[in-house]
Design a protein around this ligand. Structure first.
Ligand SMILES: Cc1cc2nc3c(=O)[nH]c(=O)nc-3n(C[C@H](O)[C@H](O)[C@H](O)COP(=O)(O)OP(=O)(O)OC[C@H]3O[C@@H](n4cnc5c(N)ncnc54)[C@H](O)[C@@H]3O)c2cc1C
Length: 426
């Protein structure tokens, strides 16, 4: 979405291809309903550090009444911000249409034709009106799974070296919560789950994340964990595992909802508002680019000469049965790392950029920079770099970094360069 907007605004003839009938990816289709990574803890001050196209989308969601005020987590370490999916879908439509990009919904990208091993000629899409070949001079893979990059032969990795990926979750929301009685329930679910376990309940994972949306009667629940019979994470690029994961996720939700009504004050009269349309996939293919963002980069709040924006979210590893968070030493440090252009430049293929959770990161680096804020940043940079490469007749990996950074800044992006200031959230 942000790649398409950036490229179209820069004057490129741009086609945004999406398998569903709406945009937002995991943010809408998997019911995430909460922005992470828009903010950073900058020496104790919570600031919005994602501007540009991502910032515009957030503002448009706000104008539609679909945005909660940011909430502070982990005893003051970081902020996040809940939103409504309906407002997100509307805001995304207008943002992309206004940019001049064309949209092809209900089109599943299934393969490529190459000119040679370094150049994609066409992307094949399956649609209700048949199979089509989309010709392009530059392609941007923001499929989350690196579908296009993999088909084009770009190298990629999966998981932690032994194949273990971050575990997926199916998200759900309940409505009809008595907010006054629920109070700060998010601080107590862990203890209530321990009590319930002692009384025979079984949970797929510890560290539940259950929080109110803008409407205080509506709460989202990020509590499930989807695994295969051998305990490994469901692989979001395997149709059989995805199918089993859908069933497993909904079964876990049915069980968890029984627990909520029985153990959580204020949830007795609640009802299941929505189970996300699809399982939430955190990690599959990570395309190997010219640089892989690492855990040390995130925890060390590292700078890169080719910065395209920043990530303020910590390491968030969804491991078997639990979620492990690791923070930089906030509030004693700047609280964000820069994101290098090289992480969106895949090896081997010259007319391809890759943005989002399938960009070039190590397994642990991805556990942080896969969140929405960083995905917006990568997308805008990819669209802008594509336009620059076309204008100058260059390969995407040869674009002039200083010119790209100047363009991004002129368009309102936050690059984390000296003099750049985030927007304090009060
Ligand atoms: C359960 C869960 C909870 C999360 N919680 C949070 C949170 O609280 N806050 C936060 O900021 N982040 C959260 N995340 C992470 C974040 O939502 C994702 O990492 C992020 O959305 C990834 O964005 P993306 O654009 O790279 O990929 P995706 O969101 O996966 O988007 C990819 C898009 O490409 C489309 N697509 C994929 N393949 C094809 C194809 N072959 N042809 C056509 N279209 C295709 C998809 O339909 C989708 O629209 C969570 C993730 C999960 C799974």
């Amino acid at each position: 979405m942000s790649a398409a907007v950036a490229a179209a605004r820069a004057g490129c003839r741009t086609l945004m291809i999406e398998r569903y009938g709406f945009m937002g990816g995991m943010g809408t289709a998997a019911g995430v309903t909460n922005f992470c990574g828009l903010h950073a803890n900058v020496f104790g001050s919570h600031q919005r550090v994602v501007a540009g196209v991502g910032g515009e989308l957030v503002d448009r969601i706000g104008a539609l009444g679909g945005l909660a005020t940011p909430h502070i987590l982990f005893g003051g370490k970081i902020a996040a911000q809940a939103y409504d999916t309906a407002a997100y879908k509307l805001a995304a439509d207008t943002l992309v249409v206004d940019s001049g990009a064309q949209i092809l919904f209900h089109a599943y990208a299934v393969g490529v034709q190459m000119d040679d091993e370094a150049r994609i000629r066409a992307l094949f899409v399956e649609t209700k009106s048949g199979r089509h070949a989309v010709l392009g001079r530059i392609f941007i893979d923001a499929s989350g799974d690196g579908d296009l990059a993999a088909a084009a032969g770009a190298p990629f990795e999966k998981g932690d070296g032994d194949g273990g990926m971050l575990y997926p979750s199916t998200m759900f929301r309940v409505n009809g919560v008595d907010a006054a009685r629920a109070g700060d329930a998010w601080n107590h679910f862990g203890a209530w789950m321990e009590k319930a376990e002692a009384e025979g309940h079984r949970f797929a994972r510890k560290t539940p994340i259950i929080r109110p949306q803008k409407n205080p009667a509506e709460w989202r629940a990020n509590v499930t964990q989807l695994s295969n019979a051998d305990g490994s994470a469901i692989d979001g690029t395997d149709a059989w595992q995805l199918s089993a994961g859908e069933l497993q996720g909904r079964r876990q939700i049915a069980d968890f909802y029984q627990f909520l009504r029985a153990y959580a004050p204020g949830f007795e009269q609640s009802y299941l508002l929505e189970i996300a349309p699809q399982v939430g996939i955190r990690e599959t293919r990570r395309v190997v680019g010219e640089y892989q963002l690492t855990e040390d980069d995130v925890l060390g709040c590292v700078d890169f000469a080719d910065t395209i924006g920043v990530n303020g979210w910590p390491i968030e590893a969804h491991v078997a049965g639990n979620v492990v968070f690791k923070f930089a030493d906030v509030p004693n440090v700047r609280g964000y790392n820069q994101l290098p252009l090289r992480m969106i430049l895949p090896q081997r293929v010259d007319n391809l950029l890759v943005a989002g959770r399938c960009a070039s990161m190590t397994h642990m680096g991805q556990s942080a920079a896969r969140v929405t804020g960083a995905c917006f940043v990568m997308g805008e940079a990819a669209g802008t770099a594509a336009a620059q490469a076309l204008r100058h007749g260059q390969r995407v990996r040869d674009v002039d970094v200083a010119l790209l950074q100047a363009t991004l800044q002129a368009n309102g992006a936050f690059l984390g360069l000296p003099g750049d200031e985030g927007q304090p959230i009060g």
